[in-house]
Design a protein around this ligand. Structure first.
Ligand SMILES: NC(=O)C1=CN([C@@H]2O[C@H](COP(=O)(O)OP(=O)(O)OC[C@H]3O[C@@H](n4cnc5c(N)ncnc54)[C@H](OP(=O)(O)O)[C@@H]3O)[C@@H](O)[C@H]2O)[C@@H](O)CC1
Ligand SMILES: [K+]
Length: 509
């Protein structure tokens, strides 16, 4: 799914009005009615106090439409107009009148702190103060109202986006931003919904298709995509009946050191579980028995050093090589990575200490084969590209790095971002249980396996990240977040691939 900017959405809004020959008020009615339907479906007429805070622009107009429908369906609704400006939009005013007609009264006006209502724990608050029109931080008494709502313990539903959140930049640390429990957003998710600094404001997210013109949207150029089940399925390459193990990639996993052999075991297990035909490992000698016992399906070569990697098997002919997990950063192991880069022209996958070695030896970056995949967590990323001021600057720096070195970066996080030059792919699978040791080693194994099976490196990264998250979701469903181990993610890869094609799970995301 394309992630559109506020300007693109406003453009689609105008084009839809023109093409469908409707008024903007009718479009507002359509969008806000969808929000009402969602609320009604969940509340089922429950007599809980609903407090709707409406701004004076079109987000506020949405709030007024939602209020009208809720009142007409017998809900206990109080409507507040947060009068932060006198520049009321036309569609706001039209709906202001309509609400008056059904209630015979004007909504409560809030113009200063003294007008604030009490907000209680059991209240259902609807935030329709600001949407994509926010263009400066919320200040003064409006900021105080935002804080009052946040501190109230009421359930908060945000319309389109939580008020105070910009669509194209991060708010300051102390900014007033609604902390929603649930966000119902129109037509397209916004980039800020997925960034580490801002994702917590959103709560659970649901995107409503408000019927903006499909043709116009399909022609819009977007460089940012949300990867859900549908997008993942489209990347899948089916296996041919007439095939053999040589068709599914000969991968080489290079890593491990004394005390960290488990990492390569996880990577290799994940690669085989993702469908690799032939999996070989190159490890320090101390890992021999561990791997042979733990993964009899793998083949093994050992370094002459007992405890760490010192070299690289240059003559080994692999379709794809993965380097880094559990390696450490000893000078001898730096040499091993150098030899690997000198010997390979095809894309490689670099993770963990492999990334730390790159950060300490920046001259290696130019030696990376084109379209290699780097999989940093935030700490490794910082060492690689330097510190950033906010998430938007981070994205710009990663894009620049990707372009400069012709590589793909998988920036790991609650929503992992795969960045390929200008393009950003945001992953939508996964859960907090996956924040566990070895989870990244498994991801590297999955991506390496897919490259070996013939996926383009960027597709291997995007699809691999999705499958990794899906396997984590399936595991969490079975055993919960706390006891989820990285090995479980690898072992459940088969279930993840199967789930891609199950009907009900297709519809769930
Ligand atoms: N596009 C779509 O698909 C559809 C969109 N729809 C809805 O419209 C919403 C966007 O509406 P909108 O453009 O009227 O802006 P909104 O967010 O209500 O803000 C209102 C005004 O506030 C002002 N202002 C800004 N910052 C401020 C501040 N800190 N403190 C004080 N004032 C501030 C600023 O005006 P300014 O004062 O700068 O002139 C701004 O114009 C969208 O989110 C969705 O809910 C649907 O109805 C239909 C389909
Ligand atoms: K809002």
């Amino acid at each position: 799914m394309k992630v559109l900017s506020a300007e693109q959405l406003s453009g689609a809004d105008k084009e839809t009005i023109r093409k469908q020959n409707i008024t903007s008020e009718e479009l507002m009615e359509r969008a806000a009615t969808l929000v009402f339907n969602e609320i009604n479906q969940r509340l089922q007429g429950a007599p809980i106090p609903i407090k709707i805070f409406c701004g004076i622009g079109n987000n506020g107009g949405d709030g007024l439409v939602i209020a009208r429908h809720l009142i007409q369906h017998g809900y206990h609704v109080t409507v507040y107009v947060v009068n932060y400006s006198d520049k009321r939009s036309e569609d706001f005013l039209a709906n202001y009148e309509k609400l008056k007609v059904i209630t015979n009264d004007w909504p409560h006006l809030i113009k200063e702190e003294d007008h604030f209502p009490e907000i209680n724990t059991g209240d259902f608050v609807i935030d329709a103060m600001f949407g994509i029109g926010l263009n400066r931080p919320i200040e003064g008494w409006v900021a105080k109202l935002v804080k009052l709502i946040n501190n109230s313990q009421a359930f908060i539903l945000a319309v389109d986006m939580p008020s105070g959140l910009f669509s194209d930049k991060t708010p300051g640390k102390k900014a007033a931003v609604i902390e929603a429990n649930y966000t119902l957003s129109f037509q397209s998710p916004k980039l800020v919904f997925f960034l580490p600094e801002t994702m917590d404001y959103i709560g659970d997210l649901q995107v409503l298709d408000i019927g903006l013109d499909r043709e116009y949207i399909s022609k819009l150029i977007s460089e940012t995509f949300l990867i859900g089940k549908q997008e993942a399925v489209s990347l899948y390459i089916p296996r041919k009946k007439n095939s053999h193990k040589g068709d599914y990639g000969k991968v080489l996993i290079v890593g491990g050191s004394y005390g960290k052999i488990g990492s390569v075991l996880l990577t290799a297990t994940a690669a085989l579980k993702t469908g690799t035909g032939l999996c070989s490992l190159y490890i320090p000698e101390c890992g021999y028995d561990i791997i042979q016992t733990g993964l009899p399906e793998a083949m093994l070569m050992t370094d002459t050093d007992k405890k760490m990697l010192t070299t690289y098997p240059k003559d080994f002919d692999a379709d794809v090589v993965c380097f880094g997990m559990g390696v450490g950063t000893d000078e001898k192991s730096v040499q091993a990575l150098k030899e690997l880069l000198q010997a390979n022209n095809d894309p490689v996958v670099i993770d963990a200490d492999g990334l730390n070695i790159l950060s300490n030896n920046k001259e290696f970056l130019k030696m990376l084969p084109k379209n290699s995949v780097l999989t940093p967590h935030p700490g490794e990323l910082k060492r690689l590209i330097g510190a950033w001021e906010d998430d938007f600057q981070k994205l710009e720096k990663v894009k620049k790095f990707s372009k400069k070195y012709n590589v793909i970066l998988v920036v790991k996080g609650a929503h992992t971002f795969t960045i390929d030059r200008e393009y950003i792919y945001i992953n939508d699978s996964g859960n907090p249980g996956m924040a566990t040791a070895g989870s990244g080693d498994v991801l590297s194994g999955i991506i390496t396996s897919l490259i070996g099976q013939g996926y383009e490196p960027v597709n291997a990264a995007v699809f691999g990240v999705y499958l990794h998250g899906l396997s984590g979701d399936i595991t969490a469903e079975e055993i919960g977040y706390e006891s989820l181990l990285a090995g479980d993610i690898a072992r459940n890869m088969g279930k993840a691939v199967k789930a891609l094609f199950e009907r009900e799970s297709m519809e769930s995301k």
